[in-house]
Design a protein around this ligand. Structure first.
Ligand code: SF4
Length: 287
């Protein structure tokens, strides 16, 4: 029996498939959720703070207001399942928030937000590339003084070494393609703002980079189709294995991929039952 194809391709799915086809299968075909990490949730929080900052009038986009936006984002994330699952205690949360505030401070070393004219924030764009459904969310689309479009993607992780920068720009080229096909205009520049260092990496999309990306997307989709038909997604061991949530089902670690879906569903059901029982006040053992 063939596996079900994923419904769409996004920059994160392309990079997940390229990093390890088996981990991609677990995440995007078997849909086994990965446990949220503090770094991931911090990224969500800072993105939300910057989105709120750019919703203000240009003159109000200053550092004190950015910290207020971060505080608002913290309130808004309260009901987010990933925030709840992270379960930061009274000692960890102040440290977590201080690190998020530092990222906001460093953002101001990269640019002056009062000079930027956003035309879209957290824009979800979708496009059908010859039967491949492409989907992506652009953190910020802006127009410069010359009326050109610029795409900005915020990153809260570490900037790559120069040798790996081209690969990291694959995601923003994906956004550029979406922008060109959906809005009818190719951006003049796409940039990654790495807030932690802080540093900007940018590139100019061209006919050639667009063509290369389209060819890559067709090749990736074709490989996914073949993998689904043959139920064959190979592991690709790397240093990423150290953080992989799927080790227990990975043959490289003695696991059996065919058990992943059923076992993860059973774990989810147990967790749901435990949460419901805790809500009812009963004592249960969490899985
Ligand atoms: S443990 Fe490594 S090889 Fe196995 S699925 Fe995860 S990333 Fe791939």
């Amino acid at each position: 029996m063939a596996l079900e194809l994923p419904t769409s391709l996004s920059p994160s799915k392309v990079s997940s498939f390229t990093d390890c086809a088996l981990a991609f299968r677990f995440a995007s075909i078997d849909r086994i959720p990965q446990a949220p990490t503090a770094a991931m949730v911090k990224g969500t929080l800072v993105h939300s703070a910057l989105e709120r900052l750019f919703a203000l009038d240009p003159a109000e986009r200053n550092l004190p207001n950015a910290h207020l936006c971060l505080a608002d984002a913290r309130v808004a994330i309260e009901a987010d399942p990933e925030w709840i699952e992270l379960a930061l205690d009274d000692q960890l949360e102040p440290k977590f928030m201080a690190e998020a505030a530092t990222l906001v401070d460093k953002y101001f070393q990269l640019e002056d937000p009062s000079t930027i004219t956003p035309v879209g924030l957290e824009m979800q764009l979708e496009f059908d590339l010859d039967g491949i459904f492409l989907r992506g969310i652009i953190d910020r689309l802006e127009e410069n003084a010359a009326g050109e479009l610029i795409i900005t993607d915020y990153k809260t992780g570490r900037a790559p070494a120069p040798a790996f920068q081209k690969a990291r720009l694959g995601g923003v080229h994906f956004y550029s393609l979406l922008c060109e096909r959906v809005l009818g205009r190719r951006p003049a520049k796409v940039q990654l703002l790495f807030l932690g260092q802080p540093v900007v990496i940018d590139t100019v999309p061209t006919d050639q980079s667009t063509r290369q990306l389209e060819n890559k997307l067709r090749a990736v989709w074709s490989a996914i189709e073949t993998g689904c038909e043959r139920e064959d997604f190979r592991p690709k061991p790397s240093k990423l294995c150290s953080w992989c949530d799927y080790q227990k089902w990975c043959p490289e670690f003695g696991g059996d991929p065919s058990l992943a879906r059923a076992e993860s569903e059973a774990l989810r059901e147990q967790a749901k039952a435990a949460t419901a029982a805790l809500t009812d006040g009963a004592a249960v053992a969490l899985p």
